[in-house]
Design a protein around this ligand. Structure first.
Ligand code: FES
Length: 572
């Protein structure tokens, strides 16, 4: 065993070592702090206010047993938790705060290894950002999706079917009472959303980055095998400390490219883009939007899962699981990156049969042939915008239409159902003021609702453009993450209702029909400065003063790069 990091707290006969040991003993075995046993923190995002992660204390117990069994000493370390459906104004405002707080607590405490327990959307990204920054050996335990709930005999995809049913209620095809009845069935039990939304996607990301035991992602929260794998993760982290296998050894540039390929193959959430960029930034890796377009190009979507397809995460597990799906495109993955086990990620792809090829589609007959995340650029998004073709209406991926512009989410809500709103199915709905700085926090409002009068005419999708994000469970022809955002002075701030917008996904273009001269003239009269009034105190002020744009991951500028695991001074 190498010299343990925790030895800097516990070893020796001086007063400080005495204090560190004495306060920790509290019934621990005599040899727990003698320098022979790795000290393992279980970074636990369990919280009664993060419903998708409520079960993680039970998971932590299994991890603890594994750590003890392998000769380590486990500690539960509750960390900032974010319930996607609960926290206002948006969980994304707090992702960087959670990551910063986790990073500091990982560094400040006498720990040698980390087991990262996440689930709900922002929790795995924040944990990975923090672990990357301290670069202490770490393994992810994804909390798992919930089992499928049913309403009136039909499976419910949580998230996706909320959007669908609420639009049906607005269109009048189901009653308000029926819509509300479905609420009881939406959440079946423990775990995160059961679609290929952001939480499921980030579990896939963690696995493809090499940060989980292979075969873990997608194991349902209620499945006993989740606890077995959690136990195994506890055992593994003790070995990882001995080998000094750190996040920077696992999460290399090629590992990120593998993660992008995996996200494309499952039709994963657009939110993975900002999270992967932010994690890579913490490691000092040069990952760009172009890497997403290039690495994902030509990867077929083989997961027939909502929101792009029909089925749900429990079906994917039954059909053979993530490894069975990724095995079909094994040749696309970079061979060098290793996982937390120390073995190459591609070695985990191979003997994994598909048991239901209506859920895991054959590579030759995928849901979509080529459906990574497309990066669009043009005079409306000089630093890029993204769209997920697999969730879009194919005919709308090439579209020219007049803009209908909303200055804020409140403006959109006030006018979207106005019978006098001049809008047709060919219009392009544009929403601004919802980027990282403008909202602040870049909420998931990019999939704005369609005007009621068009819904009543049977319209079910339109081109929508914004500087916001979109829920990973949502669908539609929705162009997101426009950078620079309006509040940062991007051209999005200057587009006007009636301007003609061109969307050409094949050629990666997002532009509006305005001359350079006219655009320059418009920038002289900023339209809505007041809409982006900056917060004056607290986290929101720190965030707005330092948040970067979506094309680099919307992390804080001073958190880019690693600070390592050293602490230079004693506490007494
Ligand atoms: Fe937690 Fe969807 S709300 S994963």
């Amino acid at each position: 065993m190498n010299q343990l990091r925790s030895g800097e707290w516990y070893e020796g006969g001086d007063r400080n070592a005495y204090i560190h040991r004495a306060w920790m003993r509290r019934g621990l075995p005599e040899d727990a702090l003698d320098g022979s046993k790795p000290q393992i923190a279980i970074a636990n995002t369990a919280s009664d206010l993060t419903p998708c992660n409520m079960h993680l204390n039970e998971v932590a117990d299994s991890v603890k047993h594994g750590v003890w069994a392998a000769g380590g000493v486990p500690y539960n370390l509750p960390v900032v938790s974010l319930g996607e459906t609960q926290v206002k104004p948006t969980a994304m405002l707090w992702r960087n705060m959670a990551a910063m707080a986790m990073e500091e607590m990982f560094r400040a405490n006498p720990i040698d290894g980390l087991v990262l327990l996440g689930g709900c959307d922002k929790t795995i990204p924040a944990l990975l950002m923090a672990a990357a920054s301290v670069d202490i050996p770490a393994v992810v335990v994804p909390g798992g999706p919930m089992l499928t709930g049913h309403f009136r005999g039909e499976a419910l995809g949580c998230g996706t079917d909320v959007w669908r049913l609420s639009e049906e209620a607005r269109a009048g095809t189901i009653s308000k009472a029926q819509f509300l009845q479905s609420e009881q069935s939406m959440i079946r039990g423990k775990g995160h959303c059961n679609t290929m939304g952001t939480a499921s996607t980030m579990a896939v990301v963690a696995e493809a980055l090499g940060m989980t035991i292979p075969g873990f992602a997608g194991t349902p929260a209620a499945d006993a095998r989740l606890l077995s794998l959690s136990h195994d993760s506890g055992r593994l982290i003790v070995d990882m400390v001995a080998a000094q296998r750190r996040p920077s050894d696992v999460m290399t540039k090629e590992a990120f490219l593998n993660a992008i390929i995996a996200v494309a193959a499952v039709g994963g959430s657009t939110n993975s883009v900002v999270h992967l960029l932010a994690i890579a930034g913490r490691l000092g890796l040069d990952l760009t939007l172009e890497d997403f377009d290039a690495a994902g190009a030509g990867v077929p979507v083989m997961a027939n899962l909502q929101p792009s397809g029909m089925f749900l995460m429990d079906d994917l597990y039954r059909a053979g699981g993530l490894l069975a799906l990724l095995t079909q495109v094994k040749d696309l993955f970079h061979p060098a990156p290793i996982t937390v086990t120390g073995k190459p990620f591609v070695d985990s792809l191979g003997e994994h049969p598909v048991y239901d090829d209506t859920v895991i589609l054959p590579r030759e007959a995928p849901l979509m042939e080529d459906a990574g995340i497309a990066v669009l650029r043009g005079n409306l998004a000089p630093r890029g915008a993204i769209v997920k073709p697999s969730a879009a209406t194919p005919e709308l991926l090439q579209h020219v239409g007049p803009a209908v512009v909303f200055d804020s989410i409140e403006d959109m809500r006030a006018r979207i159902d106005d019978p006098d709103l001049e809008v047709t199915a060919d219009s392009v709905l544009v929403l601004r003021g919802c980027g990282p700085r403008g909202y602040p926090g870049m909420p998931e409002v990019g999939n704005m609702p369609l005007p009621r009068k068009l819904l009543e005419q049977g319209v079910r999708d339109m081109v929508r453009i914004s500087d916001a994000r979109m829920s990973g469970t949502a669908y539609g022809t929705v162009i997101l993450h426009v950078a620079p955002e309006a509040a940062a002075g991007g051209p999005l701030a200057f587009i006007r209702t009636g301007d003609i917008v061109t969307v050409d996904v094949e050629n990666r273009v997002l532009s509006f029909d305005v001359s350079d001269e006219e655009l320059r003239a418009r920038t002289q009269t900023p339209a809505s400065e007041a809409a982006y009034a900056a917060p004056q105190r607290g986290w929101a002020k720190l965030y707005v003063d330092h948040v970067m744009q979506a094309d680099t991951g919307a992390d804080l500028d001073f958190l880019v790069g690693s600070s390592g695991d050293r602490v230079s001074r004693e506490s007494h």
